[in-house]
Design a protein around this ligand. Structure first.
Ligand code: UDP
Length: 449
């Protein structure tokens, strides 16, 4: 039992959504609250369960998620998340009752906005609940814009509108909206409606920061009945070497980076869920080879469609890798992006990767695939001006040009300078008196309920 100088520490129960891009910020929030004196219980599904041995400071409780094998094997995120919200409700209620019984009073329950089943259990036990949004404000606003288009009978939208600006969000085009790739519109719309709703929760914690999204956050706060606390980037609350990776990180790439000159390496990674066609991989490989730049490429096993790992890379490319590249299955990404040898990031633009890159001043080449990645890519390239987007059918020559521009060409200098200035802004925002620092303190005050 947790005792602090004879007193029981207040306990917070966290419910992450079981995907890497959601587990990371929730556990980082846990680290922030733990450092402020809270005991942390992580309630997680059996599916994609985090590794408790990496976080001895937290208490982990597993709940039955009832996901069928075929749903898991399909990899269909919409089906999996919808299924979890149906199946986890009662197991979570029972688990929460046990936590209260064994561990004493719980201050509040904080749940990922996609795990909205958690709120009912908190209500039943008369516990306050808080929502964690792991997306940025722009993606949230685009979900609201989609729901607005539905009300107006303008969704799904016509192909002819794809290049037009979205009326509610003129910084985005229709083609940047985070629509579902699963072609199951009713399910998708229900999920985003639930994720956007605050129901009876008492606050919203957001993994974003004022220097990136202040005007939009202010606008959303006006529409939101409860306080919003933008305390990101949350990876800054956990030590750089700490990790909640579901896959084993290959640290050899850090030894390899240690041997490379400053800002000479392009880091290439498409996150934990994106899969890529063989043709697209071939053009990327051609682009990396022709760019004549060094590169560190994360290729997740199974992420190249139709192959186990790197068998479908073009013949001869491994020779280029031998000369000036390194390929790993999974990297300690935060450490990679913070490494002095890294000068650019070819990314799918997941929100965590985006924040991790911005916080280190690393400019990006954006190749988004689906969902919020499309919004993030547009903001990186056209709002913050810290990257380039590869939009059309991938072409090796275009990839090579973008890589040279981001890494070395004079034409990319403005982008590099802006990326560096955002690193400074993030440091100021996270430092004493900065916006995220203040928001975290206000959250802690708010949580004294
Ligand atoms: N990540 C990592 N090693 C890798 C690739 C990714 O640790 O080789 C981490 C990365 O630091 C980020 C998360 O996995 O925190 C991916 O989240 P993101 O939102 O960027 O993308 P998603 O995987 O959700 O598409």
């Amino acid at each position: 039992m947790d005792q602090n100088q004879g007193e029981r520490k207040p306990r917070v129960v966290l419910i992450p959504c079981p995907f890497q891009g959601h587990i990371n910020p929730m556990l980082q929030l846990g680290a922030a609250l733990h450092s402020k004196g809270y005991s942390i219980t992580i309630v997680h599904t059996q599916y994609n369960s985090p590794n408790p041995s990496r976080h001895p400071e937290f208490d982990f409780q597993s709940i039955q998620d009832g996901l069928a094998e075929d749903v898991i094997d399909s990899g269909n995120l919409l089906e999996i998340i919808t299924g979890l919200n149906i199946k986890c409700k009662h197991p979570f209620q029972e688990c929460l009752e046990q936590i209260v019984l064994r561990r004493g009073q719980v201050t509040c329950v904080i749940y990922d906005d996609l795990m909205y089943f958690a709120e009912a259990a908190a209500n039943n036990l008369e516990l306050p609940s808080i929502i964690l949004r792991t997306i940025n404000a722009a993606t949230f606003a685009s979900r609201l814009a989609i729901m607005h288009l539905v009300e107006e009978g303008r969704f799904p939208f016509q192909d002819s509108a794809l290049g037009e600006p979205v009326p509610d969000l003129p910084l985005l085009r229709f083609k940047d909206l985070p629509v579902s790739k699963y072609n199951a519109q009713d399910k998708f719309l229900k999920l985003i409606a639930e994720a956007c709703h605050t129901r009876t929760s008492s606050a919203v914690v957001w993994n974003t920061i004022d220097c990136l999204e202040q005007p939009l956050l202010a606008q959303l706060q006006k529409q939101c009945p409860v306080p919003i606390f933008p305390i990101g980037p949350m990876h800054k609350y956990a030590p750089p070497s700490s990790s909640s990776s579901l896959l084993k990180e290959d640290t050899n790439c850090i030894s390899w980076l240690n041997k490379q000159p400053e800002k000479s390496v392009l880091y290439v990674s498409f996150g934990s869920v994106v899969s890529i066609q063989e043709t697209e991989i071939a053009e990327m490989a051609r682009g990396l080879a022709n760019s004549e730049q060094k590169f560190l490429w994360v290729i997740r096993p199974g992420s190249i469609l139709g192959s186990e790992w790197i068998e479908l890379l073009p013949k001869g490319f491994l020779e280029t890798v031998g000369q000036r590249g390194c390929i790993v299955k999974w990297a300690p990404q935060k450490q990679v992006l913070a490494h002095a040898a890294v000068g650019g990031f070819l990314t799918h633009c997941g929100w965590n990767s985006t924040l991790e890159s911005i916080a280190e001043g690393v400019p990006m080449i954006c190749r988004p695939n689906f969902g919020d990645q499309l919004v993030n890519a547009r903001y990186i390239s056209h709002v913050w001006g810290i990257g380039l987007q590869l939009e059309s059918k991938l072409d090796g020559e275009e990839v090579a040009r973008a890589v040279r521009r981001i890494m070395v060409d004079e034409k990319g200098e403005e982008i590099r300078v802006r990326a560096k200035s955002f690193k400074k802004k993030i440091e100021l925002g996270m430092g004493r008196g900065g916006s995220s620092y203040n928001a975290l303190n206000k959250l802690l005050e708010f949580m004294s309920f």
